[in-house]
Each structure stands twice: as structure tokens, then as C-alpha cells.
Write a protein that binds this ligand. Structure first.
Ligand SMILES: Nc1nc2c(ncn2[C@@H]2O[C@H](COP(=O)(O)OP(=O)(O)OP(=O)(O)O)[C@@H](O)[C@H]2O)c(=O)[nH]1
Ligand SMILES: [Mg+2]
Length: 380
């Protein structure tokens, strides 16, 4: 498939860049630096001391985002695999992955760190698991520690904050809420910090710095880590990352659900920001009713979706062929340049800007729901 060729292409570019950096003065700074090595040692030393491990992964890449430190604990009853960012993943495919983990005797749970109900359910699961721990006598006096471990940018700190907030409120405890720093850039958290998330028994969650294996993974994994933001965009050309996304998007058929946004296929009236000012309430109602399933009313998002739909559905080439897919993507870049109002002298600069904006929309879930990993072959 053309999409996997695009993935391999960018995975190779990332690996080359890491290799080049390794032999330069800025030694390994792009992958596994001495700071990460030290924090990994600190985390590994604590693993045997904590009561429960939450292995935080990205639901869009349930395998590729696994942390090498935890492989041997996977089926242990004191580990939960949190498939975080579940809001960005395809719901039905995520259920298949949870069934897979269950067959593997692993406890897994889809979570959205930005959603209180999801966090409440996740907190209940943690409390149930803690409740099963051996110390049933003096249960109320027992204090449990839960450590969040994972690769960069999977949402460990966002989960720590959300659990702390929900847990403290439900425990009706007074006192200031603490805040872990959350950032879209990988590698934000620099130390291990504890946050109280429940009382009776007391449960503390430890937020930790990101862990990556010192061994650079294969190019398929690298490309997915890049696409989901687990490793920084500085490791590849933004344009290539966006091309990879478009190749997946065009092959996935996700664009089909945006047919209703196309002028050709419906009488839906697209309102850009200029016309919206002069709309009547009737038109507003019409728009509201017709896109009631969309969680965003953002005009630009709607035009991007429509543009993607129209460019793919009108394309007559064979998108299974890499060269033809590339031609389609080039066409999409040109169309999106207008949508994003990107006008620069150099076409290359314009494409880099388009790529940045497109990746931002994709990574915030506004261009569809995806799971990029395939289930291991011998199971399904
Ligand atoms: N859509 C969505 N975004 C999330 C979710 N959880 C975290 N994020 C976003 O993902 C980005 C990374 O979140 P962090 O909590 O900083 O991730 P981290 O694992 O602590 O990252 P490091 O400290 O760099 O290892 C931020 O932009 C968060 O807002 C989630 O469940 N859904
Ligand atoms: Mg963090």
C-alpha cells in the first residue's frame, strides 16, 4: 500500500537523522540523551516499590507506544495499560485492541485525559485494583502508590492532573490542587512528582519523565511515533510528516463521511467567517442542524474537510500506487494553501506552513479517528 511506503520513507529519514546526530557534537540529543538515561534508571528503581503501574500508551498506536521498561510486567496484575487519547482513536478499533489485551491477560482501559467521566471510570479501575492488593487488614490506613510510566507525550502529566483533580474533589478534601505541566512538545516532565488521587485508602499517583528505549526502533515504529507527536517534529521535515498523514487519510476512507460538506453532494451552505457575520438566525439553525454530529464548528476545519473530500473523491488515479498518491497529495497541498491563506514567494515555504497547520488539526482530532498499529498477526 502507498501509505506504508510513505511511512517507511519518513521512518528512514528519521533514523538517518538520529544516526547523524549520534556522531555529532550534540550527541544523541534527539533520541535518548543522558537526562533520559538517568530518569529511566530512577524510574526502574522505583518500579518494584510501587503498588500499581499504569503503563500510559497512545490509543492510536497501542503497540508502537509501549514502553520497553514494562514489557516484562505486562501480564502482571499490578499493571494497567492506559490507552490514553482514546478520543483521537477509532472507537470500534480500540475495542478490538482492548479485547486483544484481555486475551493476553492484560488489564487495559481506553482513557481520555480531557474528559471527567472517562477519568472517573479510570480512577474507579485504579481503586478496584488497589483494593485487590494484599493488605486487606487496616485497609483504610493503607497508602498505595501508582506510577504512570510511558514514552514522551502520551499524556502522563495530563492524566496525573485529571486524576488529582477528580480524586481530590470526590474525596471532599480541602487544599490547593497541584499541577503537572502539560505540553504538546515531547519531553516536558523533568522529575518524578506525586499527586494525591484518593482517600480511604490514600492513593498517590507518581507522574514521571518520559522513557524511550536506548535502542532506536524500526522505521515503521519511528514513523508512527513522529506522526502522533511522541517524538519531536525536529526529527523530520514537517512536509513529509504531513504527506504521510495524507497518504493514510486518503487510503482510509475517512474522508467519505465528509461528503455532506461538499457543495456537489448537498445543499449545505458553507459559511466562512466573512459571511457568518451577516447570516440570519435561520441559516445558523440550518448549519447547526446539518452538522450536528461535528464536535467543532470551526470554519477552517470544515473547509479543510471539504477540500480533502473533494480532492480525493474527484481523483481518477490509482491511490494504491505511490507515484499517483504523491500526485494527489501535491494537489491537496496546493488546495490547502488557499484554505489556510498561505501565500509566500517560495512554494516550499508555503508547503511547510500548510503541513504545520494540517498536522495540528490532525493531532487535535479534527481530521478523523485513527489507529495506526495492526494487531499482531498470530492473534486475529
Ligand atoms: N486529545 C487528547 N489529548 C491529550 C490527552 N491526554 C493528553 N493530551 C495532550 O497531549 C499532549 C501531551 O500531554 P502531556 O500530559 O504533557 O504528556 P506527557 O506524557 O506527560 O509528556 P512528557 O512529559 O513530555 O513525557 C498535551 O498537548 C495534552 O493536552 C487525551 O486524552 N486526549
Ligand atoms: Mg509529562
Amino acid at each position: 500500500m502507498a501509505a506504508s511506503e510513505f511511512g517507511k520513507r519518513i521512518g528512514r529519514a528519521v533514523r538517518e537523522r538520529i544516526k547523524r546526530r549520534k556522531s555529532s557534537v550534540l550527541h544523541e540529543a534527539l533520541w535518548h540523551d543522558p537526562f533520559m538515561a538517568a530518569s529511566t534508571r530512577a524510574i526502574a528503581q522505583r518500579i518494584p516499590l510501587v503498588d500499581l503501574i499504569v503503563h500510559v500508551t497512545d490509543a492510536r498506536i497501542p503497540l508502537s507506544s509501549q514502553c520497553h521498561l514494562l514489557r516484562k510486567y505486562q501480564t502482571s496484575s499490578n499493571q494497567i495499560i492506559a490507552l490514553n487519547k482514546a478520543d483521537l482513536a477509532s472507537r470500534s478499533a480500540l475495542q478490538v485492541w482492548m479485547d486483544y489485551f484481555s486475551e493476553m491477560n492484560c488489564i487495559s482501559c481506553g482513557v481520555n485525559a480531557h474528559n471527567k467521566d472517562s477519568i472517573r471510570q479510570f480512577l474507579s479501575l485504579i481503586q478496584r485494583q488497589v483494593g485487590k492488593l494484599k493488605r486487606t487488614d487496616h485497609a483504610n490506613k493503607f497508602t498505595a502508590t501508582v506510577m504512570l510510566i510511558g514514552i514522551p507525550n502520551v499524556g502522563k502529566s495530563a492524566l496525573a492532573n485529571a486524576l488529582h483533580q477528580v480524586g481530590r474533589i470526590s474525596a471532599a478534601e480541602k487544599g490547593k490542587l497541584k499541577h503537572a505541566t502539560v505540553s504538546p512538545e515531547p519531553g516536558e516532565t523533568k522529575d518524578i512528582r506525586s499527586y494525591k488521587i484518593a482517600s480511604h485508602p490514600n492513593i498517590y499517583v507518581l507522574d514521571t519523565p518520559a522513557v524511550l528505549s536506548p535502542k532506536v526502533p524500526d522505521i515503521d515504529v519511528l514513523s508512527k511515533l513522529l506522526l502522533t507527536g511522541a517524538i519531536g517534529d525536529c526529527l523530520a521535515e514537517r512536509k513529509e510528516t504531513a504527506q504521510y498523514f495524507l497518504a493514510i487519510h486518503n487510503s482510509s476512507g475517512q474522508y467519505k463521511k465528509w461528503a455532506k460538506l461538499s457543495n456537489k453532494d448537498s445543499d449545505w451552505v458553507f459559511l466562512n467567517s466573512a459571511t457568518e457575520c451577516s447570516t440570519t438566525s435561520g441559516l445558523r439553525m440550518k448549519q447547526k442542524n446539518q452538522i450536528h454530529t461535528d464536535h467543532t464548528q470551526d470554519d477552517v476545519v470544515q473547509v479543510v474537510r471539504r477540500t480533502l473530500y473533494e480532492t480525493v473523491s474527484s481523483f481518477e488515479g490509482n491511490i494504491r500506487c505511490e507515484v499517483e498518491m504523491e500526485a494527489l497529495i501535491a494537489r491537496q497541498f496546493t488546495a490547502l494553501q488557499e484554505v489556510f491563506h498561505v501565500f509566500t514567494e517560495s512554494e516550499e515555504d508555503a508547503h511547510v506552513m500548510v503541513a504545520g497547520k494540517l498536522l495540528n488539526l490532525f493531532r487535535t482530532g479534527r481530521l478523523g479517528h485513527y489507529i495506526f498499529d495492526n494487531l499482531p498477526r498470530n492473534t486475529h
